[in-house]
Every structure is written in structure tokens, then in C-alpha cells.
Design a protein around this ligand. Structure first.
Ligand SMILES: *Cc1c(COP(=O)(O)O)cnc(C)c1O
Length: 387
């Protein structure tokens, strides 16, 4: 239905029907489930990593989908992220590894959140929480397999094992696993980390007097082709479709936004801040209500493209805080109208990898950066499950 604005300065202006839906991230659980099967088909137990709000896809959505598809446990960076899963009613095993100063391990004990420990000070704090709460905290001892991050350096490993053994005998902790992380995507790097992990695990078995599980992260490690027999993988990126091309992963998010304005301009018209793009001919421009405050990277200005009616159209001029301008000149069909929906991310492209190339970053930063005014919805159809 067409309505009329009656403004004495401009006369009666026809206004086409508008979409009430604003910028939207639609998450596809069926794609996440398919990606989980891509990982577990290799025979590994999977700790599904849902940090950073499930890489922007919604931690609870990714977690429940991954568990239903065969993941054995969940992983988060921080304890608050793990507790948010509990608050969402998720009862599965959860491990967290990045501890903020003063982290409340007593709450971890009470909520049965498992805790990675890579140094003596953290072990002491965790054991103290186990003692106070009367509940042994399940710990995963983290050994440095090449990251120089939160894992224990090899020369401190035995001392950490000895301390963990003492805390375990006192009933304050239960050591469940030894974990490592792979710094590079190549097979040699993953093999080297697996070897270091197995050695650290053997030392743990001997010191503690019982076997421990082994696990290694992240997505590159899982697909590097190294022999990971007997080693579980901690994977996050792959769950939402980010990984090496040969892995056959499916993107789990579509991002759309409605056109909010359309105008025709003369050749030579500069567009936006600093006029970094000037219409090379008479042009039709369309405006989308998303910008870098919503995670559309400003660095992609000048190279980004989006999809309108199945056609790629260029983003022109600077990507602004709240909006971007498209050159929709020559798009087939009737005139582009306000409310028409444009795809910024989603099959058959642009992909997160495309945006990463345009913005000189990685696909992870693109998907975790999306947010702001882009609302999130869950796609309840299953049409992508076979993709
Ligand atoms: C982020 C992270 C993972 C998951 O890595 P992906 O490459 O996203 O699969 C696993 N382990 C640790 C310690 C991490 O920080």
C-alpha cells in the first residue's frame, strides 16, 4: 500500500511500503550442527568453544546446537561466560581458561565449572576455593605447546604437577585433563604440539597416579592433518563455519539490512565524508542503516560489496558509523525502494572471509565484531542441514 506525505515544500510524495525489520543477524543452527559433524567425523571428542557470545552467533544457541550434534563439553574463555551458560539453563560440562584477577573460583566450584590452570598461583586460588566450598574443583592443567600465553612453561610443568597432586590428595581439586594449544595451522606445528601434550600427559599420569584426558585447540589444529589419536579438540571457529577451505564448513550466519533511502545523483557528485568516491556517471545510490558502530569495518571502505537481488553492488565512499552508501545503478528490475533487503553477509557471498580480505583482518574479527544495532534471530528452518 502506498501512502502520501503531504509536505507543502515538496508536495505529495509517494512512499513505498517499508520493512519494519531493521539490520538482522540470522543464525542457522542446522549449519552449526553440520559443522560439528565435520569435526567429530574425524573421531575426536569435541569441546565446543562458545566464547565471545558464540563468536557472535549467541553462546546458548551454539552451545545447545553443538551438544545436540555430539559435542561432549563446552569451552569459554572467562568464568563469567561459563556462568552465563549456566544461567541460560545449560547443564553440560563447561571449561574456562582465561582467569580475570580475583576470579571467583568458589562460584566455579558451586556451578561445576571446570577450570584450566597453567601456573602455581592459579592452582593455589582454585584449591583454596575447593577447600572453602567443600567441592573439589575439576581442573585441566594447561601446558604451553608453543603459544607463550596462559600455559605453563615446560620447565615449570613438574612443579605444577606436584602442586596439583598435593591439592588433589587433599580433596580440593580433581585433575581431569592436560590441555595445549596450537599456534600455527600447519601439520608440523600441530604434530609438535600433540607430542608435547602427550609427554606432559604422561608426566601427569605418573605424578597423579591416574590417567588424564588430553585436549588441544583450536580449529587449525583439528584440520591440520596431524595424528591426534586419543586427543580431544577444542574448536570454536569451525562450529560457525570458519576454517580451512578443505574442511567443508558452512557459514552459520546471514546478515541483512533494509535500504533506508534511495536517490539519483549526477555524474561528478561526491559521496559522503571527504568525498572519497565521486559518481563517475549519473548514478542511483541506496543507503543502509549499518556502519562501523555495528561492526561493519571502516577499513573495508572502497572495496566492500553487498548483495541486492542476487547481484553484487559496491559500497561507495567511506563506511560511516551508522550507515553505508551503495551504488545500485543498473541493478536489474524495478527501481530500488526503501525497505528492500540487502545481504551483507551470507551465501553465496559476501562471506566473512571476503570482508576479512577487504578490511585486512581475519574472518573471526568480522563475525565477533558484528553487533551494535544489528539484532539477532535464529533460523528455525532446517534447509541448510545438507549444505
Ligand atoms: C579460542 C580458543 C579455542 C578455539 O579456537 P578456534 O580456532 O576458534 O576453534 C580453543 N582453545 C583456546 C584456549 C582458545 O582460546
Amino acid at each position: 500500500m502506498t501512502t502520501l506525505i503531504n509536505d507543502p515544500r515538496v508536495g505529495a510524495v509517494p512512499v513505498p511500503p517499508t520493512s519494519a525489520v531493521g539490520p538482522l543477524r540470522t543464525v542457522h543452527p542446522a549449519a552449526i550442527a553440520a559443522n560439528v559433524r565435520r569435526v567429530t567425523v574425524r573421531g575426536h571428542d569435541l569441546i565446543a568453544v562458545v566464547k565471545a557470545d558464540g563468536y557472535g552467533h549467541g553462546a546458548a544457541t551454539v552451545a545447545t546446537t553443538a551438544l545436540a550434534a555430539g559435542a561432549t563439553a563446552l569451552g569459554t574463555a572467562t568464568l563469567p561466560e561459563a556462568l552465563a551458560l549456566r544461567a541460560a539453563g545449560i547443564d553440560a560440562r563447561v571449561l574456562c581458561w582465561l582467569h580475570l584477577p580475583g576470579a571467583d573460583f568458589t562460584t566455579a566450584a558451586r556451578e561445576r565449572v571446570e577450570v584450566a590452570v597453567g601456573d602455581r598461583a592459579t592452582l593455589v586460588a582454585v584449591a583454596e576455593a575447593g577447600r572453602r566450598s567443600g567441592t573439589a574443583v575439576v581442573v585441566h592443567l594447561h601446558v604451553d605447546t608453543g603459544m607463550a600465553r596462559e600455559g605453563a612453561e615446560p620447565h615449570r610443568w613438574q612443579a605444577l604437577l606436584d602442586a596439583a597432586g598435593a591439592a588433589e590428595r587433599a580433596g580440593y581439586v580433581v585433575v581431569r585433563a592436560v590441555m595445549g594449544h596450537v599456534p600455527n595451522a600447519d601439520r608440523a606445528s600441530a604434530s609438535r604440539a600433540a607430542t608435547l601434550l602427550r609427554l606432559a600427559g604422561l608426566a601427569a599420569d605418573l605424578t597423579l597416579g591416574h590417567p588424564v584426558e588430553l585436549h588441544l585447540g583450536g580449529t587449525p589444529a583439528a584440520f591440520a592433518g596431524a595424528d591426534l589419536t586419543g586427543i580431544a579438540v577444542r574448536v570454536g571457529a569451525a562450529l560457525v563455519g570458519i576454517g580451512p577451505g578443505h574442511a567443508g564448513l558452512v557459514a552459520a550466519m546471514t546478515v541483512t539490512a533494509p535500504v533506508v533511502a534511495v536517490r539519483s545523483v549526477r555524474a561528478g557528485t561526491p559521496v559522503g565524508y571527504d568525498g572519497t568516491w565521486t559518481a563517475p556517471r549519473d548514478a542511483v545510490l541506496a543507503v543502509l542503516p549499518v556502519g562501523y558502530a555495528d561492526g561493519v569495518p571502516r577499513a573495508a571502505s572502497g572495496s566492500a560489496q553487498v548483495r541486492l537481488r542476487g547481484h553484487l553492488v559496491p559500497v561507495v565512499g567511506r563506511i560511516n558509523m551508522d550507515q553505508v552508501v551503495l551504488d545500485v545503478t543498473g541493478v536489474p528490475g524495478p527501481e530500488v525502494v526503501r525497505g528492500e533487503v540487502v545481504t551483507l553477509l551470507g551465501a553465496p557471498g559476501p562471506t566473512a572471509a571476503d570482508w576479512a580480505t577487504w578490511a585486512d583482518t581475519n574472518a573471526h574479527e568480522i563475525i565477533t565484531g558484528l553487533g551494535g544495532r544489528i539484532e539477532r534471530a535464529v533460523d528455525t528452518t532446517t534447509s541448510r542441514s545438507s549444505a
